[in-house]
Design a protein around this ligand. Structure first.
Ligand code: SF4
Ligand code: SF4
Length: 372
């Protein structure tokens, strides 16, 4: 297994110039190339491992169901610029979601083309599409967050977003399926999520959708897909069964406008609610630019705090072997981080503050030269 996860580095100049690949394409080369093309993080998962460990075996989201020839999945991460989480409302994040995914798809498409030109058939899957036959269309053909965990890029949080040490959950992922056998990365054993003693995502969730290392997708969709498929169906049902007798008014309503907006630029049809992303204190982007504006959580209520405490007690009983918490079952723990939380965020914050202090000293020296 490779432990050379390619972490956030600056894209190299001329990264989009077609590269001449070496005779033998290695994991290190693929990662370097992805970063040069603009990926913020990249890791590699073995298709055999993904086939053996589908997130939910009842609805196997596995590479083999897409292609019997896939050997490896190259997982590309594109982060969401943090400025959008400092705004007065959610619209900037919603618009950026689309831009980030387009950017990520372009990077992946170019890399897939280059691998194919070098003799290794490869293709990209749609990162956000769901499959009609998978659990009433609520699952994609692959789960990109689980791909990210298997590729060693992070672990799942209390709200089952993937949390990377660099950017917490503020990112999108996609996978390039390739017939090239690449050395895979090792999943992280340490839990990145602070867990029940944090529960900030739970406190911020407007739909009460955050479970204990799980999510109520239907509840989440009421906020995150305000004008999504379920809402379109509800609107059309209303027209058909006479609940909206004034058709002209229905077509001039906020709902109908929202559907049009969603078709036009995705806004409203998914990723509409960024609250669990905005408040998560994992990642240097949070320490640098969000801690000030996101520290207080207006949605926090005594009921939510009590639920967080219940989850904490549940975790203690789970860890003592008294019961099995479903989100932390033997099957699920590989994605949550089997070693549990060991303080990665505290270590990260200390290192961040030390770097800030080190930067401040020379600046202070320059600002006040001797004799002034
Ligand atoms: S996206 Fe919004 S509604 Fe869904 S879990 Fe996160 S905070 Fe809750
Ligand atoms: S907000 Fe806290 S509990 Fe929620 S995912 Fe982030 S670290 Fe985990």
């Amino acid at each position: 297994m490779s432990d050379s996860r390619q972490r956030a580095t600056q894209p190299r100049p001329h990264g989009r110039t077609a590269a001449r690949p070496p005779r033998e394409i290695t994991s290190a080369y693929v990662k370097e190339r992805a970063i040069a093309l603009g990926a913020h993080l990249v890791g590699i998962a073995s298709a055999a491992k993904l086939n053996a460990f589908p997130p939910d075996p009842r609805w196997p989201q596995t590479p083999e169901r897409i292609s019997p020839y896939c050997k490896s999945v190259i997982v590309i991460v594109s982060r969401i610029p943090v400025g959008a989480f400092r705004c007065r409302n959610n619209v900037p994040v919603q618009y950026l979601d689309m831009l980030v995914m387009r950017r990520m798809d372009k990077i992946s498409y170019v890399l897939a083309q280059e691998l194919e030109a070098a003799g290794h058939p490869s293709f990209v899957t749609a990162a956000q599409e769901t499959d009609w036959s998978y659990k009433r269309a609520s699952y994609g053909r692959l789960s990109t967050r689980h791909l990210g965990v298997e590729a060693g890029l992070g672990t799942l949080g209390l709200e089952v977003n993937i949390l990377t040490p660099e950017y917490g959950p503020r990112l999108y992922l996609t996978g390039i399926l390739t017939e090239l056998e690449l050395e895979p990365d090792e999943p992280m054993a340490e839990q990145v999520c602070i867990g029940e003693s944090c529960s900030r995502c739970l406190h911020a969730c407007p739909a009460d959708a955050v479970l204990h290392f799980g999510i109520d997708k239907r509840a989440c969709a009421t906020e995150a897909q305000e004008f999504g498929f379920a809402q379109i169906l509800r609107f059309l049902d209303g027209l058909a069964d006479g609940a909206h007798p004034d058709h002209a008014a229905a077509f001039r309503s906020r709902d109908f406008f929202g559907f049009w907006q969603g078709l036009l630029r995705v806004v409203g049809s998914f990723g509409d609610c960024p609250r669990c992303l905005a408040v998560c204190p994992v990642g240097n982007d949070y320490h640098a630019h969000l801690a000030d504006v996101q520290k207080a959580i207006p949605e926090k209520t005594p009921e939510k705090v009590a639920l967080g405490r219940q989850y904490k007690e549940l975790r203690a009983r789970h860890d003592s072997g008294a019961l099995e918490a479903p989100g932390l079952s033997e099957w699920n723990r590989r994605w949550v981080g089997p070693q549990g939380y060991q303080g990665i965020v505290a270590r990260q914050l200390q290192a961040f503050k030390a770097a800030q202090r080190a930067r401040a000293v020379p600046e202070a020296t320059t600002a006040a030269p001797d004799g002034e």
